[in-house]
Design a protein around this ligand. Structure first.
Ligand SMILES: NC(=O)c1ccc[n+]([C@@H]2O[C@H](COP(=O)([O-])OP(=O)(O)OC[C@H]3O[C@@H](n4cnc5c(N)ncnc54)[C@H](O)[C@@H]3O)[C@@H](O)[C@H]2O)c1
Length: 448
């Protein structure tokens, strides 16, 4: 659905009225197109003394075709500011943040990026733990201060995982992360047995891989199927038989396969395992996107409304995971990706059933990370905020406007924004990204 307010702010009258009234003026976000330069402008890289990542970051940025600067220059607009904060071992060292960012923060260009890299606090001790935890407050505040579509993220990198950060850095700096803002990401905190494989072609990292996407006939699921296919995967697009027509269209468009199956059926895990094994010899990426709502306040909610949502959004996913893992249908190094929601983080009126399942998806990630690592794989989830789909178009206008504007980026995201985040998890170079739940919400205030 068109964001009419955003269109108005760009009209001649809107450009006059909006700043006068102090209304939000959402910047059209830069989104990924193949072959596009990684960044609009150079990246300025800095570090606190004795950081362990500056050199790695610099060479990874250069490999991604980004012009790297290590000294600030007058008059330059930066595509990104990247700061290695791993040298901060004591709260007193936090001054290094001010020292690096203060002179240059106003020089971040439109849709620019700020990335702070630290050590996971839970893996540090004493004062270092305190100082590293403090980075969260800093980065989230920077995200709220940045204007014109720019974003800020914090990446905690475990010692030993330095070389495994490339896919994350590329994702966060690129236009693929357009609607990801104010997030904290952990790399290498779950001991990984899987190998980080640098793709031969970063534009086609999933070449030769099989990906299953549930609920793929429309909305976010269709976008996920398209992006994974763009990245080279053969996509098995799954949806209920009633959606068969739309499902075939999606599958045909991307050269994938359509599988009509109700994921909640008792024999669905068995059927799915047989299908994936017989047709494709297994599966590399499983995206549990299918989801439903049956909104009612708890006092009005029927048992049927509760059970239906629990079945699609959580229990069927657990049953499928168990089957694919036990039968070794999920290939070595496989990826499981859940779709949670900010409702699962913040809770929502009329959504006790839905929010229960979406918080349950986070539990599925927490519980599964170590288990997947044993198989050389990973499990992560996205938690979308307000995404422009049929579902959100049906929301009453006042709530819809609040959902869009009460976020640092002051607009709704697009299905492709969720899909790009999922493609980053699926990338063979993301083997050390395990156990994360990243919100794709434009730094929404809800549940923040
Ligand atoms: N749209 C948003 O703003 C938003 C926000 C947060 C989370 N999400 C989540 O993103 C996912 C996709 O949302 P959407 O807006 O694209 O929804 P949607 O309703 O457009 O698509 C969901 C798809 O899942 C399919 N599905 C439902 N039950 C199924 C079953 N039993 N077996 C197989 N397929 C089934 C539906 O047929 C449909 O095609 C959902 O998990 C949703 O909860 C969406």
């Amino acid at each position: 659905m068109a964001d009419r307010y955003q269109q108005f702010t760009k009209s001649p009258i809107g450009r006059f009225v909006v700043p006068k009234l102090g209304l939000p003026s959402p910047t059209p976000l830069r989104r990924y197109t193949p072959g596009q330069p990684a960044l609009d402008g150079p990246a300025l890289v800095g570090a606190a003394p004795n950081g362990r990542l500056e050199k790695t970051l610099t060479s990874q940025l250069a490999d991604a075709g980004i012009e790297v600067r290590t000294e600030a220059a007058d008059g330059t607009k930066y595509g990104a500011l990247v700061f290695d904060a791993t040298g901060i071992k004591d709260p007193k060292d936090l001054r290094e943040l001010h020292k690096f960012f203060h002179p240059v923060i106003r020089k971040v260009g439109t849709c620019g990026r700020v990335v702070v890299v630290g050590t996971p606090p839970e893996l540090a001790g004493g004062r270092e733990r305190i100082a590293q935890r403090a980075l969260e407050g800093f980065t989230r505040s920077v995200g709220k201060e940045l204007k014109r579509g720019a974003t800020a993220q914090l990446v905690y990198v475990a010692e030993g995982a330095e070389d495994a950060t490339e896919s994350t850095l590329r994702f966060l700096l690129s236009a693929k992360s357009a609607f990801v803002d104010g997030q904290v990401i952990r790399v290498g905190t779950v001991p990984a047995t899987g190998k980080t494989q640098v793709p031969a072609n970063w534009e086609k990292p999933l070449e030769g891989k099989i990906a299953l996407v549930t609920g793929a006939s429309r909305g976010i699921g269709a976008a996920i199927a398209e992006v994974l296919a763009r990245d080279g995967a053969h996509v098995v697009a799954l949806d209920i038989p009633a959606q068969g027509g739309d499902l075939s269209q999606v599958a045909n468009k991307i050269g994938g396969s359509a599988l009509q199956l109700d994921i909640t059926a008792a024999d669905a895990p068995e059927k799915l395992a047989t299908y994936l094994t017989e047709r494709h010899g297994g599966v590399d990426v499983v995206v549990h996107n299918a989801g439903i709502t049956r909104d009612k306040t708890l006092g009005n909610m029927t048992e049927g409304g509760w059970d239906a949502v629990l079945a699609v959004n959580l229990n069927s996913q657990l049953a499928v995971n168990d089957k694919l893992l036990a039968g070794k249908v999920l290939n070595e190094g496989g990826r499981i990706i859940g779709v949670s929601s900010i409702a699962g983080i913040a809770g929502n009126v009329g959504q006790t059933n839905y929010a229960t399942t979406k918080a349950g998806v986070i539990g599925m990630v927490d519980d599964g990370a170590a288990r997947l690592a044993e198989h050389g794989g990973t499990i992560n989830a996205v938690a979308p905020g307000f995404i422009e789909t049929k579902m959100t178009a049906a929301v009453p206008v006042v709530i819809r406007e609040a959902g869009r504007r009460l976020a640092s980026l002051a607009q709704g995201g697009l299905p492709v924004d969720v899909a790009e985040t999922i493609a980053w998890y699926a990338n063979p170079a993301s083997a050390a990204v395990n156990g994360n739940v990243v919100r794709v919400c434009g730094q929404a205030l809800i549940g923040a």
